[in-house]
Design a protein around this ligand. Structure first.
Ligand code: AMP
Length: 220
């Protein structure tokens, strides 16, 4: 399955992506995680990207497109993939169309996780990320369990999860990323999913959509 995951910051894409990977065996390619790994490793890309990320702005399309092209080249994608956080602008979506065409591939679905803004602010302010694994948790709604093998001292609050930056990220989502929903609706790919409620309920909704996608794929 070839999937794109769209949704505002804090909608739970990262957490649900982990479940989708486990259930369907696809790999997750998260541009946010790739950028944070570059920042941790102090690469040229990381240093440039951090200036934008820490302020809640988007990294330039050129940097993102180069990064994702490299990633797609060396990843083993035979079982399919879930693009999480890419595309985020119309120009990026058009580059993705071209990349897919060159690979003779098509997206099966674009999952759109919808959550009202007031919930997003609550979710993001409680979010903590593990500096070793990159896994995300919520101190109230999804705290780390013993099986996660997380040292609490490794959890940190992302600079861009602080309140003022969160507001800026939401505004950018509305202006630059939301238009992609219409773009993919016109292509018949967008599947809107209610992202409110507990993680298991949300995953149940995602699963019904994906099981239908698989069924349609088999029937075609
Ligand atoms: P995320 O973890 O997906 O919320 O991404 C964190 C930050 O990385 C975003 O707020 C952007 O600054 C940057 N970023 C991630 N993906 C993209 C993208 N496709 N285009 C531009 N900036 C991105």
């Amino acid at each position: 399955m070839k999937l794109v995951f769209l949704g505002p910051p804090g909608a739970g894409k990262g957490t649900q992506a982990q479940r989708i990977m486990r259930e369907y065996g696809v790999i997750q390619i998260s541009t946010g995680d790739l950028l944070r790994a570059n920042i941790r490793n102090n690469t040229v890309l990381g240093i440039e990207a951090a200036k934008f990320i820490n302020q809640g702005d988007l990294v330039s399309d050129d940097l993102i497109v180069n990064m994702i092209k490299n990633e797609l080249e060396y990843q083993d994608m035979d079982n399919g993939y879930l693009l999480d956080g890419f595309p985020r602008t119309l120009p990026q979506a058009k580059v993705l169309d071209k990349m897919l065409k060159d690979r003779d591939e098509d997206l099966n679905a674009v999952l759109v996780l919808n959550v009202p803004e007031e919930d997003l602010i609550k979710r993001l302010s409680g979010r903590r990320t593990c500096s070793r694994t990159g896994k995300t948790f919520h101190m109230v709604f999804n705290p780390p369990k013993p099986a996660d093998l997380i040292d609490i001292n490794d959890l940190y609050q992302r600079e861009d999860d602080k309140e003022e930056t969160v507001k800026r990220r939401l505004e950018i989502y509305r202006n630059q990323t939301q238009p992609l929903i219409e773009y993919y609706t016109k292509k018949g790919k967008a599947c809107e999913i209610d992202g409110t409620g507990n993680l298991t309920d949300v995953f149940g909704r995602i699963k019904s959509v994906l099981d239908k996608v698989i069924k349609d794929q088999i029937n075609n």
